[in-house]
Design a protein. Structure first.
Ligand SMILES: C[S@@+](CC[C@H](N)C(=O)[O-])C[C@H]1O[C@@H](n2cnc3c(N)ncnc32)[C@H](O)[C@@H]1O
Length: 199
């Protein structure tokens, strides 16, 4: 799943994962205050970043797909909000330090060779007291056909997440099967891990 994969997926008509925010993220609506600085990594076509901007947050949305980033910018304009939409590979991005009240990671699966390092960058990007909100597919997702990486190496267990984010205070970590209704590529039952953690 390299950049060209995502470019061609996002070049399709409509929005691959819809324009509504991820349900787990949206459940924290009361936590987001106007002016909060939020980093959304792997934001794709921007559904989550734009929704956070609609809550009044100052959103930095990063994705390596230029097609996705351009759609995110258009979605923001259509909703009458602003986001800082950055086209960058997170492996090469100059990550800000201690800058964000929240980092949001929704279905962004890194290969094992870089996962731990990039998750350390996430920790560094949070302000002290800042929170990480994350939802990812678990290896159990291989038993469902509702999307996600098709190889076990790219899927995350609770243990991996706990280990990667051990420097944070884990406030919530759950593994569950949930009903996904996110555009045509996340549809049906899915096996996910959900994390909230504080720096
Ligand atoms: C399954 S999509 C999820 C998109 C979005 N988070 C959502 O829930 O609608 C995964 C996204 O992660 C992005 N991504 C994966 N690896 C990346 C990297 N190294 N740097 C930047 N973006 C990356 C892809 O371009 C893709 O848009």
């Amino acid at each position: 799943m390299d950049k060209s994969f995502w470019d061609s997926r996002y070049a399709e008509e409509g929005f691959a994962y819809g324009i509504s925010p991820n349900v787990f993220l949206a459940s924290f609506i009361d936590n987001f205050k106007p002016g909060n600085k939020v980093l959304v990594i792997g934001d794709g076509e921007g559904r989550n970043g734009v929704w956070l901007a609609e809550q009044g947050c100052a959103v930095t949305s990063v994705d390596s797909s230029l097609v996705g980033v351009e759609k995110a910018k258009k979605l923001a304009i259509g909703k009458g909000v602003e986001i800082e939409a950055v086209c960058a590979d997170l492996n090469e991005w100059d990550w800000p330090q201690s800058e964000f009240d929240f980092v949001v990671i929704i279905y962004v699966h890194f290969p094992p060779s870089v996962r731990e390092l990039l998750h350390q960058r996430v920790i560094a990007a949070l302000k002290p007291g800042g929170q990480l909100i994350m939802e990812s597919f678990t290896p159990d997702q291989l038993n469902y056909d509702s999307g996600g990486p098709p190889v076990v190496e790219m899927l995350y267990t609770v243990e991996m997440i706990k280990s990667d984010f051990k420097l944070l205070e884990i406030q919530q970590i759950d593994e569950c099967v949930t009903e996904l209704n996110e555009g045509k590529y996340h549809c049906g039952e899915g096996a996910v891990v959900r994390l909230v953690a504080k720096k």
